[in-house]
Design a protein around this ligand. Structure first.
Ligand code: SF4
Ligand code: SF4
Length: 298
């Protein structure tokens, strides 16, 4: 896209995992290059498998600080145990301590401890990376096993992507959002100018799509829809079309089931790089529609 000032953001999401969202994002990245790509699916990041980024910078990610008990100050009154809604206070041999895996960092215990025996410690919970992919700069992340706070990490990844777009004077950020409608998805939607929801033509896919659409309506972000594997269940595809028309959520592309998606992935290529194919052509058409839409977004 031509340089126009502040970068626009397109966020690609899906109601659930496995819809082809990441393959679509990677194809768009190839077609839009040079573009900033942000992999905000931090719990199951896999865009790097298709775009093979080379890491240039790695930044520690700290989750919310959790509580600890100073045994020298604790008098064993048990108030923290009574107040903790997450059963994170452990009592062993009359000593009170905090289970770091259960602690949700609400800090209620710290506020109410009569002896000021509770303090907080930072937790290094993962990393985010600034890399160069063949499609341009890429920000992606790695969250430690069993670590929460993916919403906070998504916010950091998104912000870093916006910063790099400004520094490198690129006017588009493509965000591969997390699946579902949880807090990480909401974090990935912040600042989005357009959402593209990738769905499959199944009843559960439609249910997820309706929830995603409600979320976008709530945040007043325009939404476009891509139906993947549209030929596997023509009846449901027809139902999705009908719903989309009523919901004023335009379907901008229908992609038939094609094993080329998987074959391209095995070769670590995006579908538009893989070979000339009907889904590659379809994605180019869809991308042209997206570009037209972006022109109308101030
Ligand atoms: S509230 Fe404070 S003093 Fe009481 S058991 Fe908990 S840490 Fe110890
Ligand atoms: S910070 Fe909240 S969750 Fe953690 S131990 Fe204290 S009360 Fe429980």
């Amino acid at each position: 896209m031509a340089e126009t000032g502040k970068a626009k953001t397109i966020t690609i999401i899906s109601g659930k995992g496995g819809t082809g969202k990441t393959s679509v994002t990677a194809a768009f990245a190839s077609l839009a290059a040079p573009v900033v790509v942000a992999d905000c699916d931090v719990d199951a990041a896999n865009l790097h498998l298709l775009l093979s980024p080379e890491v240039e910078k790695s930044v520690d990610f700290y989750a919310m600080p959790i509580a600890r008990i100073n045994q020298d100050l604790c008098v064993g009154c048990g108030l923290c145990n009574d107040l903790c809604r997450y059963d994170a206070i452990v009592i062993q041999d009359d000593n009170y301590s905090v289970d770091p895996l259960a602690c949700e960092a609400c800090l209620v215990c710290k506020e109410h401890c009569p002896e000021q025996a509770i303090y907080t410690v930072e937790r290094q919970a993962g990393y985010w990376f600034l890399s160069q992919a063949r499609t341009g700069p890429m920000v992606h992340a790695s969250l430690g096993i069993a670590q929460e706070n993916s919403g906070k990490l998504v916010t950091e990844v998104r912000k870093a992507a916006a910063d790099v777009a400004e520094e490198e004077k690129l006017d588009l950020v493509l965000v591969d959002g997390p699946p579902g409608i949880g807090c990480a998805v909401m974090a990935s939607l912040t600042g989005a100018d357009l959402v593209i929801a990738v769905t499959e033509a199944t009843q559960s896919g439609l249910k997820d799509l309706i929830r995603v659409n409600d979320l976008c309506n709530h945040f007043k972000i325009p939404i476009h829809i891509i139906v993947n594997k549209c030929d596997l269940n023509p009846e449901v595809t027809q139902t999705v079309r009908k719903w989309a028309q009523e919901a004023k959520a335009p379907i901008i592309g229908e992609i038939p089931y094609d094993t080329d998606f998987t074959k391209a992935m095995i070769e670590a290529k995006t579908i538009v790089e893989y070979k000339s194919s009907r889904i590659g052509d379809e994605l180019k058409n869809i991308w042209n529609t997206v570009l037209e839409t972006m022109k109308s977004i101030a």
